[in-house]
Design a protein around this ligand. Structure first.
Ligand SMILES: NC(=O)C1=CN([C@@H]2O[C@H](COP(=O)(O)OP(=O)(O)OC[C@H]3O[C@@H](n4cnc5c(N)ncnc54)[C@H](OP(=O)(O)O)[C@@H]3O)[C@@H](O)[C@H]2O)C=CC1
Ligand SMILES: N[C@@H](CCC(=O)OP(=O)(O)O)C(=O)O
Length: 413
């Protein structure tokens, strides 16, 4: 795959143009891209239709792949928001004059080139490209083969927006979608500064084991909502239902409901009609199974259901004896993405938030908020489930590193 090596080197060389570009050019490119998204809605939907036509119609992942007018408008809005965010590079983080009169400045600078390997969500192509342009990083995109037609239409718009604003379009590159491509990314230590895999546990594991380029992992989400015995049941039903059904295919959707035995009869009775309305299939432990008798989509849970990221309208339900058992269950089964407690007991909420080891912990709110745009970051490069450099949704401020700039007047040591 000589072509891929050439693309990687071209992107590396072009990235310097982003570092040199004026603020006007950067903002202009992002605004042009937002406009182009809206003007080319039909083109994108047509390309996306080709991708969707290649999928089985009942594939629950089609929801992630699908673009419509509303989603394209949301992407354009995100790009516009990113254009208004301040440049994370160039900030002077520390400044001092040494006794020998050397001026020492620690400055935030772009990472260089960011490589992303990501799932079949076409908004990710725009989000990552826009965040990289805003932070003046070159960017290599390896999207899913499932979204290839959509991504090819997307990159045309991105490159045109750069060109129209006098920026070298090689700064952003869509790589071929074949899986072999990632092996070239693993060894390109000279040209790529960080690799971000977004996808399944097996992808993350594969990249972590094989990449010589530093990696920021984003992981799968087996997310829990714990209904504690002092939960307000109205809030509990709304949160549990929202976390499960608002967009079941994404990583921050709930997978397991843990219900305190003291409120299990009342909560399960109250939540049933809502879950049934959306056709949620429930895998219940023995106690929950008895309490949910008569629920139309009920099955007995097998142990593996409590480690499953369903990515569909399915969930596991377990009745627990109290917060202790809930915390132990989460510790054993969580993928450390997003976890929630519903309770009016402030002490228990605090304990949950302090003790649960996850990128985002919630008290009385839905896990669905773990998202760069929701957190005010414009968009996200990914939701990191690792602890170093970035955790949770990360964006512009994690796309920079530091550089010491030392200005002298002929000093020697
Ligand atoms: N925390 C976060 O930020 C995010 C988490 N996720 C998680 O990702 C999962 C869903 O993603 P899913 O669609 O399964 O993603 P996959 O892991 O199947 O695919 C993601 C990307 O990696 C590529 N890929 C997958 N396996 C390999 C391999 N062995 N070698 C080379 N390339 C590979 C895919 O290519 P191709 O499709 O062409 O095979 C695609 O481009 C869920 O668990 C979700 O929670 C997803 C996104 C963000
Ligand atoms: N940003 C997302 C969640 C993260 C994400 O992209 O996850 P996934 O759909 O699993 O690829 C959202 O809630 O919209």
């Amino acid at each position: 795959m000589k072509q891929v090596e050439t693309q990687i080197i071209k992107t590396y060389k072009a990235a310097v143009h982003l570092r040199r570009a004026t603020e006007q050019q950067i903002k202009g490119a992002l605004r042009s891209l937002a406009d182009a998204l809206q003007q080319n809605t039909a083109v994108l939907i047509k390309a996306n239709g080709k991708d969707l036509a290649l999928q089985a119609p009942d594939n629950p992942r089609n929801d992630r792949l699908m673009l419509n007018e509303q989603r394209i408008k949301a992407i354009a809005n995100a790009v516009r928001k990113i254009s208004r965010l301040p440049d994370p590079s160039g900030k002077v983080l520390e400044k001092k004059v040494l006794p020998n009169k050397l001026l020492l400045e620690k400055v935030a600078v772009p990472l260089g080139v960011v490589g992303a390997i990501y799932e079949s969500r076409p908004n990710v192509t725009f989000d990552i490209a826009a965040l990289c342009i805003r932070s003046r990083n070159g960017c290599l995109l390896k999207g899913s083969s499932e979204a290839d037609n959509t991504n090819k239409a997307a990159i045309k718009l991105i490159k045109k927006a750069l060109e129209d604003n006098g920026i070298n379009a090689d700064c952003v590159t869509l790589l071929p979608s074949e899986r072999e491509v990632v092996q070239h990314l693993f060894t390109a230590t000279r040209y790529i500064d960080v690799l971000i895999p977004r996808g399944s546990a097996s992808l993350i594991e594969y990249v972590r084991k094989n990449s010589q380029v530093p990696v920021i992992e984003t992981g799968a989400g087996v997310c829990h909502v714990y209904i504690e015995q002092e939960a307000d049941l109205n809030k509990a039903v709304n949160i549990a239902v929202n976390a499960k059904v608002s967009r079941p295919s994404v990583c921050n959707a709930a997978d397991t409901l843990l219900v305190d035995e003291a409120v299990a009869p009342a909560f399960l009775e109250a939540v049933q009609p809502q879950l049934a309305k959306y056709g949620v299939e429930v895998f219940a432990d023995n106690t929950a199974f008895k309490l949910l008798k008569g629920y139309p989509h009920l099955q007995k849970a097998k142990p593996e259901h409590f480690d499953t990221e369903f990515q569909s309208l399915r969930c596991a339900v377990k009745v627990v004896k109290g917060i202790e058992e809930a915390l132990v269950h989460i510790q054993e089964h969580s993928t450390r993405h997003s976890e929630a407690i519903v309770s009016e007991n402030k002490k228990h909420c605090k304990r949950f938030m302090q003790e649960v080891d996850a990128a985002a912990v919630y008290a009385n709110a839905s896990t669905r908020f773990t998202d760069g745009e929701e957190f005010g970051l414009g968009a996200e490069i990914g939701i990191s489930t690792q602890k170093l450099h970035a955790r949770g949704p990360f964006a512009l401020e994690k796309l920079v590193t530091e550089k010491w700039m030392v200005t002298g007047n002929g000093q020697v040591r």
